[in-house]
Design a protein around this ligand. Structure first.
Ligand code: ARG
Length: 492
């Protein structure tokens, strides 16, 4: 299977004996298939559950105005993510290349839109999501240091240290990165199970102990503003983001035709149930006022667990660290895939010949996200993240529909009922357009110009290849230093 119109002939730039590296010229170096059903599901669950479920409930409640609508928004966010992950199961088993939306948009809508996706993902989406998650991690580390009476360290330094540590792990061993993902996913699920069980126990105690009456308020106080509902969805959908992450590493997945759809569905269903129940628990224990005026997890921990409540913020540390790992693990594969198709410098698609990890693209991505931690961080970029992310989810679904016509006879191990992607597409269009109509801020124009601005590099460097040969000496030197070699696509 190849991208239409693009040669799949292997690029030969083998490192010879001088570098101590032996590369089989015809095959290049292939990354190992280290991800199975459990680690695949962990990539999804462990990236989705990050910072959002610990910080968004307050926002969703205040923007919807009522307990009833806030729970509906949490459930609907899960259903929308499920529609997305079912549609991506079709895409990922039809086109088994890594890189997420990149190969799908290429096949369905052409190489220019695929490039614009890769450009936006590499320069902004991956670094900004990492910055938001690791800064949340850093805030909790700072409050923990504070609690223990240790001297303060600036959050930026803590966030950067976390990112560099994760980059080293991901360069060292994909298997280790996958194991870390499983471990941290288990830790965050334990935290959420404690929250859910604690909530149920309180609920069982009746009104004298908990805020059962909070739940009975139902839809009382519901906002009448459509923009309030849209904002609530943005908060909840940030907490659900990451449902598509396994599609970024399809080539490293064992038996992708079975494991991709299974992990996609199991992961999203599990998170949806956990999110709705965790919100019920927050409401039952803290009441609406308590939830609106506190840091949900910490106060919940103090109320239900007393002194032992200190473990809850520690679980948030695990949760955010694990999500940052999943985000890096999957996020770099778009750059790898785009560089392999000559849309980014070739060296970024090379793989270390000893560790079988995409070292150059991990280093580039980590450098970009670490130096920009300040620019992208602190949720001020959340709006741009949602705008751009949903724009490209929509384009991937348009590709699914186009491919139903252009490749209608291809074997599809999974073929979803067409109404599901269409509903998802309509919701994504709403999520892209609604904030612009409600609050037409200049930032959206900048965001759009930034995305399209990628073309300024596309035409000279990708289309006309004006730089041809200029980077070869750099590529060769980096190849020797990093011990990397080409890694062409090999179909399953
Ligand atoms: N859902 C995650 C959270 O609540 C954020 C995921 C960001 N997206 C991604 N593809 N890494 O923190």
């Amino acid at each position: 299977m190849s991208f239409s119109g693009e040669s799949t002939e292997l690029r030969k730039r083998p490192v010879n004996g001088d570098g101590g590296v032996v590369v089989e010229e015809e095959k290049g170096v292939q990354m190992k298939k280290n991800v199975g059903l459990i680690s695949g599901t962990s990539v999804i669950v462990g990236t989705i559950i990050g910072s959002g479920i610990f910080i968004s409930p307050k926002g969703v409640l205040s923007e919807t105005g009522s307990v009833g609508l806030s729970l509906v928004v949490w459930a609907a966010g899960g259903v929308l993510s499920l529609l997305g992950s079912l549609s991506y199961a079709e895409l990922g088993t039809l086109i088994t290349k890594s890189g997420g939306e990149y190969p799908y948009i290429w096949e369905g809508l052409g190489r220019i839109l695929a490039y614009l996706f890769a450009w936006t993902k590499v320069i902004v989406l991956t670094p900004s999501s990492a910055a938001i998650i690791t800064l949340t991690f850093a805030e909790y580390v700072v409050s923990f240091f504070d609690f223990c009476g240790y001297p303060q360290v600036p959050p930026k330094i803590i966030a950067a240290t976390a990112m560099i540590t994760l980059a080293i792990i991901n360069c060292w061993d994909t298997k280790l990165a996958a194991q870390i993902q499983v471990l941290f996913t288990a830790a965050k699920l334990i935290a959420l199970i404690i929250i859910i069980v604690g909530g149920l126990v309180w609920l069982g105690q009746g009104d004298n102990l908990c805020n059962v009456s909070t739940l009975q308020k139902g839809f009382e106080g519901t906002t009448s503003s459509p923009s309030g509902v849209a904002l609530a969805f943005y908060d909840a959908l940030w907490a659900y983001d990451g449902w598509n992450n396994l599609n970024y590493i399809t080539e490293e997945l064992r038996n992708p035709y079975v494991n991709l759809p299974r992990a996609n569905v199991i992961g999203v269903l599990l998170v949806t149930v956990v999110y709705v129940l965790a919100n019920i628990s927050y409401l039952v224990v803290l009441g609406t006022d308590g939830l609106l005026n506190s840091s949900a997890v910490a106060t919940w921990g103090e109320e239900v667990l007393g002194k032992a409540g200190i473990i809850m913020p520690i679980f948030v540390l695990f949760s955010t660290f694990g999500a940052a790992n999943g985000s890096l693990f999957a996020g770099v594969r778009t750059l790898y895939a785009a560089a392999r198709e000559d849309q980014f410098p070739e060296i970024l698609s090379y793989v270390n010949v000893k560790r079988y990890t995409p070292v150059p693209c991990i280093i580039f991505t980590d450098y970009n996200r670490t130096v920009n931690v300040d620019t992208w961080g602190y949720r001020k970029f959340n709006r741009f993240f949602s705008f751009a992310a949903w724009l490209f989810y929509a384009l991937a679904i348009v590709s699914l529909i186009v491919l139903r016509f252009t490749r209608k006879d291809d074997h599809r191990p999974i073929k979803v009922f067409i109404l599901l992607p269409i509903i998802f597409l309509l919701c994504s269009i709403y999520l892209v357009i609604a904030p612009i109509i409600q609050d037409p801020r200049i930032e959206f124009l900048y965001a759009f110009l930034f995305i399209v601005g990628g073309l300024l590099l596309y035409f000279p460097l990708v289309h006309f290849k004006l730089h041809k040969g200029c980077f070869d000496p750099v590529t060769t030197v980096l190849q020797l230093i990093l011990e990397v070699a080409p890694s062409p696509y090999v179909p399953d």
